[in-house]
Write a protein that binds this ligand. Structure first.
Ligand code: SF4
Ligand code: FES
Length: 269
């Protein structure tokens, strides 16, 4: 059961009662982008099974700081599974063993007492490691900047709502818009392809009436940027969809491929 107490900084931090486990962590440590990295072993003692994975790392880090060592660097923001900031590989699985779950929402009750966990950053040429478990996902921003926008003036909420959107189209758009840009799809893909991410960012706009003016340009530009960033090609393996915390479907990639063919034909004409 979670209770709340004040930490030294005066913030309220959760404290837990109930079952605890001990874990061995093999963590990738790397001081900077151009520094060599290596696995370092840590013991995580008396970890409440109610903690999230990131809270467990917070406990490990507090201990490292007390011992005068550098804490393990990792990204997080919302810690509610909605911002896409967190993410690393646990025992070879991007975001860990629970389906449709980010590491910030992954709880320690899913691990066994005495288990050894191997924790590594996303591995992809387009996501250089900045420090420990932190990678630079700026490539995603540049793909979105290449075409993930609309120019149609939609006015205020009332005006935007005057353009009717059918339920089926709205569902496709909303499902694709669920992508939080975490990068797990890239980390899981043997080709380090970002096609699931790119297709989600293309589809959520290109199915809507407001997304039509730039539809062809969007898919062509975003895929050109995808390639320029050094992501691999999609060979329909499906590892991306298997680890996606928002369950973006492989159908989204099919949508992108159809859009690409149509846009290429129209461009040639
Ligand atoms: S498609 Fe899924 S795994 Fe890939 S960035 Fe979006 S939310 Fe993350
Ligand atoms: S910290 Fe926001 S999704 Fe994990």
């Amino acid at each position: 059961m979670a209770a709340t107490m004040m930490n030294e900084a005066g913030d309220s931090a959760p404290s837990y009662e109930g079952p605890t486990i001990n874990l061995t962590l093999d963590v990738w440590r790397q001081a900077g982008p151009n520094e060599p990295g290596k696995m370092v072993r840590y013991e995580a003692r008396d970890i409440s099974t109610d903690m999230s994975f990131l809270e467990m790392l917070d406990v490990v880090n507090e201990d490292l700081i007390l011992r005068g060592e550098d804490p393990i660097a990792f990204d997080s923001d919302c810690r509610e599974g909605i911002c896409g900031t967190c993410g690393f590989v646990i025992n070879g699985i991007a975001h860990g063993p629970e389906r449709a779950t980010t590491v910030c929402q992954l709880h320690m009750r899913h691990f066994k007492d005495g288990e050894t966990l191997v924790i590594e950053p996303w591995r992809a040429r387009a996501f250089p490691v900045m420090r420990d478990l932190v990678v630079n996902r700026g490539a995603f921003d540049r793909i979105v900047a290449a075409g993930g926008f609309i120019s149609a003036p939609t006015g205020g909420a009332q005006d935007a709502n005057s353009i009717l959107v059918g339920k089926e189209i709205a569902d496709i758009s909303m499902d694709a818009a669920a992508c939080i840009g975490c990068g797990a799809c890239v980390a899981a893909c043997p080709n380090a392809s970002a096609m699931l991410f790119t297709s989600a960012k293309v589809a959520h706009l290109s199915v809507l009436p407001q997304g039509q003016p730039e539809r062809d340009e969007r898919v062509l530009s975003m895929l050109t940027q995808h390639e320029a960033e050094g992501f691999g090609s999609c060979t329909n393996i499906g590892e991306c969809a298997a680890v996606c915390p928002k369950e973006i479907s492989m159908d989204t990639i099919s949508f992108l491929n159809r859009d690409l063919i149509k846009a290429s034909i129209r461009r040639r004409r």
